[in-house]
Design a protein around this ligand. Structure first.
Ligand code: 9MR
Length: 566
């Protein structure tokens, strides 16, 4: 009986059913799906479209696509298919006669809950120095890698007490990206973003469960995950002078092997002003967040404030120690060739660390000068991480608020001209190394703009940038491993490449289109918005990184928390 029902379904809708099995790359939409009450758009090539229910293929919505528009980057023509009026829940496909059918997507409340869990769980998979057991990691279980209990002080990091070659213990924390090193500067924006998510949406975060070994303890899973990296960061401060090592690294990148197979010597390398200030900002913010758990984490908040103030003092005394790998290599051995994260302007780091210290300690000496043009946060540009905190803690001036609204207003106007109707990609400057993090961080800025103005268009455009990440973009990929119907299968991520499992580690955001193509790999297109290749060779477009996953977690989680406001 089962067999005959299966055949009758095939007879009723033979063509569309089969098409739904191999989604057309020409239909660009959020492949995970949509909230019932929120805007819903696809970018298509035909003039008309319809939405069908995935089960019986009944047409539930028909529409005309908008006017044809040319991409400023590739010259390709597309049209917008708006089906916001469809508010039924269920599983659907979008069909464009003559052009094909999308993969199956859903319309339902909490549609991005699986993404939030996967993207936060992505940090668990990046944990160093701990076994990932089957119970928590399923097929991606693996032995512990990089214990970092015997790390050498590199000559560049030597001080009177910790001379070159001193062995220190600095275990824990997350791998930065597709490589196996740990970088304080990049932990700055990553931790700041995750801690801000908790400060901005505590109720939502308290109920969020990711299935990690600590799930079920008194701390929310988000804070357990943050704590795993915070404890490592605290070991990166030299107890002697309060300075903070820039990174903990191999001399050169490991080969494509599993973490436990990579056993080369590890070093802490030169203290830098940027590392001290990013560390100060994170520990000052962590002090506020973890102060609510005095019984579970006795003394932690106080230690964090102390660590933050000492790092700040070191930075004030050493305001211009930039990380310059070439210079280090001229003077010391072994040469270090791993990620640089060398930032030669630390005014924004001073502003961010000042803001966090001021909000935590209320000491006037830390009050930062804040009204500054909005620049979307990156690992090297962190001023607005501080501005967001100032906005949320009630110290904001009108000019700070005006700055944010001005930015959001301008960018939303530009989005109306973008064939994809997203803020992301409206400017060619958005397509940098890690452009997908630009999309996520713009989404976060739009959410802050929405909070201070109540302007729903900003909320809608924040969601549109998530739509971008999940498929409404010129490549047709949903850039998060395991989320969507066409996702990266070959990220530049050593465990995913070396584990022998077809599916990559899930919940990780690929870097995204990057016309710079610094890796020299073969790309299907050089157009700014299409310069992406799902090839593990491509560290410039297809690597994953903690500072890209963090804003993804923030954006998706905040939208989930705000769903009722659509
Ligand atoms: O995200 C970083 C990007 O902004 C830089 O242009 C690039 C080259 O310096 O480095 C990126 O960071 C990489 C880091 O140096 C090492 N781990 C992997 C990071 C992501 O590619």
């Amino acid at each position: 009986m089962r067999t005959s029902r299966f055949f009758s379904i095939l007879l009723l809708a033979p063509i569309s059913f089969l098409q739904a099995q191999s989604p057309s790359g020409d239909i660009r939409l959020n492949q995970a799906g949509f909230y019932p009450a929120a805007p819903k758009m696809a970018v298509v090539t035909g003039q008309t479209f319809m939405v069908r229910r995935a089960g019986d293929m009944a047409v539930v919505f028909r529409g005309a696509a908008g006017a044809a528009q040319r991409s400023a980057y590739s010259g390709r023509e597309s049209r917008v298919a708006d089906f916001s009026a469809l508010q039924d829940t269920g599983s659907f496909v979008l069909e464009v006669p003559g052009a094909g059918t999308s993969g199956v997507f859903v319309i339902r409340p909490a549609v991005h809950a699986p993404l939030v869990v996967a993207a936060l769980k992505g940090f668990y998979y990046q944990r160093t120095a701990t076994e990932l057991t089957k119970a928590y990691a399923g097929p991606w279980s693996r032995p512990a890698g990089h214990p970092d209990t015997a790390v050498l002080v590199h000559p560049s990091a030597a001080g009177p007490k910790r001379v070159s070659g001193t062995v220190i213990s600095s275990p824990g924390g997350w791998y930065d990206a597709g490589d196996y090193n740990k970088y304080i500067v990049n932990c700055g924006i990553t931790m700041g973003t995750l801690l801000s998510l908790y400060e901005d949406h505590p109720a939502y975060c308290r109920q969020l469960r990711t299935g990690i070994p600590e799930s079920g303890n008194a701390l929310p899973d988000l804070l357990d995950e943050i704590l795993f990296n915070l404890r490592w960061m605290l070991t990166m401060q030299d107890p002697d002078d309060g300075g903070v090592y820039h990174k903990l690294t191999n001399a050169a990148f490991d080969g494509t092997v599993m973490p436990h197979e990579a056993r080369k010597p590890r070093y802490v390398v030169q203290k830098s002003t940027a590392a001290a200030l990013d560390f100060a900002a994170v520990t000052a913010q962590a002090a506020r967040v973890f102060a609510s758990f005095p019984d579970e984490l006795p003394g932690l908040a106080d230690s964090c404030v102390q660590a933050a103030e000492r790092a700040w003092q070191w930075a004030v005394q050493h305001p211009e120690i930039y990380y310059d790998q070439q210079k280090i290599n001229r003077h010391s051995d072994p040469d270090i060739s791993t990620g640089g994260y060398g930032d030669r302007n630390v005014r924004d780091e001073f502003a961010w660390a000042g803001a966090e210290l001021f909000i935590t300690t209320k000491k006037e000496q830390y009050r930062p000068e804040m009204p500054m043009p909005l620049q979307i946060p990156t690992w090297s540009q962190v001023r607005w991480l501080g501005c967001y905190r100032v906005l949320r803690s009630g110290y904001a001036t009108d000019s700070l608020k005006r700055e944010l609204e001005q930015w959001a207003g301008d960018r939303v106007k530009q989005a109306a001209q973008n064939p994809y109707r997203t803020v992301m990609g409206a400017s060619a400057r958005d397509f940098v190394w890690g452009s997908n993090a630009v999309a996520a961080n713009q989404g976060i800025a739009l959410l802050y703009a929405y909070r201070i103005s109540g302007n729903k268009s900003y909320l809608h455009h924040a969601l549109a940038n998530l739509d971008y990440l999940l498929g409404r973009n010129a490549t047709g990929y949903s850039f998060v491993t395991g989320i969507g119907t066409r996702t990266p299968m070959h990220p530049h991520h050593r465990p995913s490449q070396a584990d022998g499992i077809t599916a990559p580690v899930p919940g990780l955001l690929a870097g995204g289109p990057n016309p710079g193509r610094q890796d020299g790999c073969k790309y299907p297109s050089a157009a700014a918005d299409e310069a992406y290749t799902d090839d593990d060779c491509s560290y410039a477009s297809n690597e994953i990184a903690i500072n890209w996953n963090a804003p993804l977690v923030y954006l998706a989680a905040a939208l989930e928390a705000l769903e009722e406001e659509f």
